[in-house]
Design a protein around this ligand. Structure first.
Ligand code: PMP
Length: 415
């Protein structure tokens, strides 16, 4: 199917019918939900899947020999397979279910990091990282004596690639960078970064919390080593996330958490550990949530990630045009849609970002204000906070008009 043909099939109004939460009024106005970068809404298919699990086959996995447990185990493992195919993993064994992207990154920092890093080693990050892809490395650096280096961003919110050349050395053991910034919307050249990291013998970890929900992501094409993302930003429930890792690396890594389900044999003083992925899934996992993540993957794949990306691309282009025309409004991040996703952070002269969000809320428009868990980036941008509008498959041009009209009104009010 050509992109054009696919586009004509992208019927946003019928997609919206799948999302019950969108059909309500907030402060007497129809809800315009423009905060999907924080967490997406869920289609009825995913909500029904959760309910179906609890109504028909709720039981613990990998243990029982009875029918319900077998059904739950089958569905849980089938979801792992769906996620593996979704990111083009070589095997479902490379997919570890975690609570969220944050836990996935912490898993790598604790397990791979503690086992492999020494004083003097270096980790290359960027200044646009979410705290989830910063604090675990700060903590690892404190434990091991490793040091952190940071790639800067330019005036357009793009990575300064000369910094990568300058900072990557034989001492660099890991490059950990976000695929798409949750503040700037910048999409980073991950394939290129992985190539450069590998040429110095470093591993490449990608924080894909903002990319996997919005665009086709293929771990083999990107040729990365670890990829972390969260279910709740991609139409799935909260409480389920994914760490994809190259199998040879995962197999060599020690456990992160200890307990039931992650062992082969146990005596009072020692234990042997299960193979991956079980080694990294101690305790009862988020069974219903994992199965519902599989349903969310099906939902997104039915629409097609390239088509979803194209829809958001068009919304972003329109929003950039509308917002740029507002007097006193500054957009942080790329002003064009090239290598840019649908998160737009901005400030409005003389108006506090939280006041903007509160005024928009009175019009039923939900946006987020704050540092969006990227405090160092905001310090560099020299603003304590920004307001952020972010788009997903169910958003419309009309909602962006409402955002722009609300901002114009706010600007006049404070002028
Ligand atoms: N990385 C990025 C780029 C994010 O936007 C987020 C969520 N705001 C995270 C990591 C962390 O996701 P979670 O809170 O689901 O672990």
């Amino acid at each position: 199917m050509t992109t054009q043909a696919a586009l004509s099939l992208f019927d946003v109004l019928s997609i919206r019918r799948d999302f019950p939460i969108l059909h309500q009024e907030i402060n007497g106005k129809p809800l315009a939900f423009l905060d999907s970068a924080a967490s997406s809404q869920k289609p009825r298919q995913v909500i029904d899947c959760l309910e179906d699990y609890y109504r028909r086959y709720n039981a613990n996995v990998h243990r029982g020999v009875y029918k319900l447990s077998e059904q739950a185990t089958f569905a849980y493992e089938r979801a792992r397979g769906k996620v593996a195919r979704f990111v083009n993993a070589r095997s479902p064994k490379e997919v570890i279910f975690t609570r969220n992207a944050t836990e996935s990154i912490n898993l790598v920092a604790r397990s791979w990091g503690d086992a492999n890093l020494r004083e003097g080693d270096r980790i290359l990050l960027s200044v646009m990282e979410h705290h989830a892809n910063l604090i675990p490395w700060q903590m690892l650096a404190q434990r091991t004596g490793a040091q952190l280096d940071f790639v800067r961003v330019d005036g357009e919110g793009r990575l300064v690639m000369e910094d990568v050349d300058r900072l990557l050395t034989e001492k660099t053991r890991l490059v950990a960078i976000t695929h798409q910034s949750n503040v700037l919307g910048t999409i980073n050249p991950i394939q290129e970064l992985a190539l450069r990291a590998h040429s110095f013998g470093a591993l490449m970890l990608v924080d894909a919390a903002q990319s996997v929900p919005h665009m086709p992501v293929d771990v083999q094409t990107l040729d990365v080593d670890f990829l972390a993302f969260s279910g709740h930003k991609m139409c799935a429930p909260t409480g389920i996330g994914v760490l994809w890792g190259r199998r040879s690396l995962l197999e060599a890594m020690p456990p992160f958490l200890g307990g039931g389900s992650m062992i082969k044999t146990v005596d009072l003083h020692t234990a042997t550990y299960a193979d991956v992925p079980a080694r990294f899934e101690a305790g009862t996992p988020a069974i219903a949530e994992a199965i519902a993540l599989g349903e969310a993957v099906d939902y997104l794949q039915r629409l097609g990630l390239a088509t979803i990306y194209q829809h958001e691309h068009e919304l972003t282009a329109y929003a950039l045009e509308r917002l740029s025309a507002i007097e006193g409004l500054t957009i942080y991040g790329p002003k064009t849609t090239e290598m840019r996703g649908g998160s737009i952070s901005f400030t409005l002269d003389m108006v506090h970002p939280h006041d903007i969000a509160a005024l928009l809320d009175s019009d039923g428009v939900a946006v987020r204000a704050g540092h969006h868990c990227c405090q160092p980036l905001h310090t560099l941008l020299d603003v304590p906070a920004t307001t952020r509008a972010s788009f997903y498959l169910y958003n419309t041009q009309e909602e962006i008009d409402r955002l722009a009209i609300g901002l114009e009104r706010t600007q006049k009010l404070f002028a």
